[in-house]
Design a protein around this ligand. Structure first.
Ligand code: MF3
Ligand code: CO
Ligand code: CO
Length: 269
């Protein structure tokens, strides 16, 4: 790998250069395209393992590598988290049922740059009203977090925007997982918390690259990890949803690297 360029802040956050935004856009566009194209493969009776096989083929077809295959022993090109699974669901033989809601999370590496994004999908008919509402609120919470991104604001401002919105809708923010810096590495400082207080945490600077990926629950925020050491579920078995974008801080705001070329980034029902 090339020697990383640019500088680190006091908080150990890398400041990337103007020319680096293009690499992140190229990686993010592939991730977004895969998330667009996978929608038609989500239906009742489909297994999450088959969805992952289709994703694996697309990762290669589009000239990228999976960031997750081989990462800390993980063996798949996606995480697929169904219903009360919060994140890191392992694709397998289990078949989707009508009305299931699921998050599909894909990270590719293109020319050394990482594109990490996830969205919610629904198997079959519209989900019930509470599930539908959860998906909408989670999506909107992510966008409110992104809108807090500009130089001079802090990571606490991002978390606060997400938390106040989710809680105003009587939903809870998962504390046990967070967003992360990325760029030419998968996970780097900072931890991007999805809750917090205004004005706290590191200050945002132009050239920071990171994800925002709130997990929102209908019930309580607590999670536990199953015996497979990956699958995180809500302790109270309530439904959980997540959306994730990879973004960069610009001179006056933000640049979303994982926007869909078709403009799709919403529940696919
Ligand atoms: N894509 C996940 C994230 O948003 C990380 C998945 S790591 C894996 O950070 F090993 F579980 F795939
Ligand atoms: Co991520
Ligand atoms: Co991800």
């Amino acid at each position: 790998m090339d020697e990383p360029k640019g500088r680190l802040t006091r908080d150990g956050i890398r400041i990337y250069e103007d020319g680096d935004f293009a690499g992140m856009h190229a990686a993010g566009a592939v991730t977004a395209r895969i998330l667009d194209e996978i929608a038609e493969h989500v239906f009742p009776g489909q297994s999450t393992g088959e969805i992952d096989r289709i994703i694996t083929a697309k990762v290669t077809e589009y000239g990228t590598k999976s960031a997750t295959i081989g990462y800390k022993g993980y063996a798949h090109a996606s995480c697929i988290s169904v219903n009360h699974v919060v994140c890191h669901g392992i694709p397998g033989d289990k078949k989707l049922k009508n009305g299931d809601i699921l998050n599909i999370d894909v990270t590719v590496i293109k020319d050394g740059w990482f594109g990490d994004s996830s969205r919610m999908y629904v198997a079959g008919d519209k989900p019930n009203r509470r599930a539908e509402r959860l998906i909408q609120v989670t999506h909107d919470a992510l966008m409110k977090g992104i809108e807090a991104v500009k130089p001079g604001n802090t990571f606490g401002d991002i978390g606060h925007a997400i938390q106040t919105y989710a809680e105003s809708q009587r939903m809870s923010v998962v504390r046990d997982f967070c967003g992360h810096g990325l760029g030419r590495v998968f996970h780097s400082p900072p931890n991007v918390l999805h809750y917090g207080r205004p004005g706290t945490g590191a200050t945002l600077e132009e050239g920071m690259f990171f994800t925002i990926e709130p997990m929102i629950n209908l019930g309580r925020p607590e999670t536990k990890v199953l015996a497979d050491d990956w699958t995180a579920v809500t302790r109270d078995k309530s439904l959980s949803a997540q959306f994730e974008h990879s973004i960069g801080v610009t001179a006056d705001g933000f640049d979303i690297f994982t926007l869909s070329p078709t403009g799709t980034f919403h529940p696919t029902y």
